[in-house]
Design a protein around this ligand. Structure first.
Ligand SMILES: O=C(CO)COP(=O)(O)O
Length: 248
């Protein structure tokens, strides 16, 4: 089906110029599998700086944005600004945005719609909490979160990557097993075939995120419906190169 493997590094609120230089130098050294799309999600304040030093084979993403182009929204940044400094992606709906900052499905959908209209590409994150998984609600939750995105994405599925990140696996060192992740990715694809189209289901790339490391990436990357990773902690470390190269 030819889905290009896509690995994102979500730095979250980490890094200073020194550390950023180290991370970028390490990525430059690579070598990185040329068949993998690489996207690094950097703190907004460093977008320009990172954009000015990254090599061409690495794409830069913001970790959030607001839902309109400009105006009286103190502290926010817009997709137009992200594009203006040369970055081409934005991560939206991350579980930390949902839980710590109270972002709901409908706000995330508005952000996704505006980011896509503005010409940015989007990594849209979904995933269930431990409580939801333990009460058998994993599918219900990820389907609900994805359903909210359908009208926002419209015909722009080629500009969207879905990131399935079970909340219980984020930053906990508790990676979902390849079988657990594959199961959700496959049922999501099934759901997309019924609720978007077969073409969307076959072509959309679904990343797995949650405690991915150099040692867990190969087995996860070998699953048929896992098309990449969204990596937090390990994306700040040299092992990120190994994760990018998981399928080579
Ligand atoms: O939230 C994540 C990426 O967006 C995952 O974070 P960790 O890889 O640190 O668990």
């Amino acid at each position: 089906m030819g889905r290009k493997f896509v690995v994102g590094g979500n730095w979250k609120m980490n890094g200073d110029k020194n550390q950023i230089n180290e991370i970028i130098n390490n990525l430059k050294k690579g070598p990185l599998d040329p068949n993998v799309e690489v996207i690094i999600g950097v703190p907004a304040i460093y977008l320009s700086y990172v954009q000015s030093i990254v090599p061409d084979n690495i794409n830069v993403a913001a970790q959030n944005c607001w839902k309109v182009a400009k105006g009286a929204f103190t502290g926010e940044i817009s997709p137009a600004m992200i594009k203006d400094v040369g970055a081409s992606w934005v991560i939206l709906g991350h579980s930390e945005r949902r839980t710590i900052f109270g972002e709901k499905d409908d706000l995330i959908a508005e952000k996704v719609a505006h980011a896509l209209e503005s010409g940015l590409k989007v990594i849209a994150c979904i995933g269930e909490t431990l409580e939801e998984r333990e009460s058998g609600k994993t599918e219900e939750v990820v389907f609900r979160q994805t359903k909210a995105l359908l009208p926002a994405i419209g015909n722009n599925w080629d500009k969207v990557v879905l990131a399935y990140e079970p909340v219980w696996a984020i930053g906990t060192g508790k990676t979902a097993s390849p079988a657990q992740a594959q199961e959700v990715h496959a049922s999501l694809r099934n759901w997309l075939a019924k609720n978007a189209s077969q073409e969307v289901a076959d072509s959309v790339r679904i990343q797995y995120g949650g405690s991915v490391t150099g040692s867990s990436c190969k087995e996860l990357g070998a699953c048929p419906d896992i098309d990449g990773f969204l990596v937090g902690g390990a994306s700040l470390k040299p092992e990120f190169v190994e994760i990018i190269n998981a399928t080579s």
